[in-house]
Design a protein around this ligand. Structure first.
Ligand code: DHB
Ligand code: FE
Length: 284
């Protein structure tokens, strides 16, 4: 074990980092949600909950267990984790229902903007001797009409071979396995990285408590995170998974789609694996 992995990744530390990251991000303004919408959505959410309480004859003991747990989710900073694992996929489904180009899926809590910019062929920043099978991830960014999008960027972030994300687990270099690749004049990119390991959401905080109480497991399949952008086109936020990998068919976040499964092949010189995946972006 290297000294970067001797420090424990804790739910409290990654929860605090994910909470801080979310507060700093400007995906939308809370003020955009109007009173009528809040009234409708919260009224229906409460009515659905009331209905569950009646149908299942929820007891005071269960109500107090829920209250204790909800208080602890906040104390642990695990709201970003909880929401992105169990709700985000449906928000993404609704947001991108009419998209014709490449499929998206959840962003998750571990995106950090402004990663180092890299040329069209580049290795993601990584440590000397970074663990894991080498992976060459290559492809082209095109419009719906097949035009190469020369101005595109392919932003990638991923866990390492221990399932840890830089800036959310201790001891990793700041931008480890994070980068923003600027495609070439044919929309092409060749990114040298490593195949990530399956990822277990932190189990020592409230999400872990819930998972144990319900008899579930905490695993997401190994995945690459991507944001692909080009001027005049819709940004795609997605993840790519690996054929035959553990938990591809029982992802705790239910974020796998058939179009998002890669099947890399061994590189002829025996140095690792490679796969080609093209992105098609809808017009903005
Ligand atoms: C979570 C982690 C991920 O890496 C991801 O892609 C989605 C969700 C999580 O821990 O909530
Ligand atoms: Fe992830």
């Amino acid at each position: 074990m290297t000294d970067t992995t001797t420090q424990q990744a804790t739910a409290a530390a990654s929860g605090a980092a994910a909470t801080e990251q979310f507060r700093g991000k400007q995906r939308t303004e809370a003020a955009e949600v109007d009173t009528k919408r809040v009234d409708t959505l919260v009224t229906e959410l409460l009515a659905a909950t009331h209905d569950i309480i009646r149908r299942h004859q929820v007891t005071y003991a269960e109500y107090d267990a829920l209250k204790t747990w909800l208080i602890q989710v906040g104390a642990d900073g695990e709201w970003p984790l909880f929401l992105d694992v169990w709700l985000e996929r449906v928000v993404e489904e609704v947001a991108n229902a009419s998209r014709e180009g490449s499929k998206g899926t959840i962003e998750g809590p571990y995106y950090v903007p402004d990663s180092p910019r890299l040329p069209a062929e580049a290795a993601l920043p990584m440590r000397d001797g970074e663990g894991g099978t080498a992976l060459l991830f290559q492809g082209q960014v095109r419009s719906l009409h097949g035009t190469p999008l020369a101005g595109a960027t392919v932003e990638m972030w991923q866990a390492d071979n221990d399932g840890l994300y830089s800036q959310f687990a201790p001891g990793l270099p700041e931008w480890n396995l994070r980068g923003t690749v600027v495609v070439d004049d044919q929309g092409g990119f060749r990114i040298h990285t490593i195949q990530p390991a399956p990822y277990q959401i932190p189990t020592d905080g409230s999400c872990g408590t819930l998972i144990r109480a319900a008899g579930w497991h905490a695993w997401r399949p190994a995945h690459l995170h991507l944001k692909v952008a080009a001027p005049g086109h819709q940004l795609v936020t997605t993840q790519l998974y690996f054929q035959g990998g553990a938990h591809v068919s029982d992802d705790i976040a239910t974020a796998v789609k058939p179009e998002l499964i890669l099947d890399p092949t061994p590189v002829a010189d025996g140095t690792g694996r490679e796969v080609t995946y093209d992105f098609v972006l809808d017009k903005a």
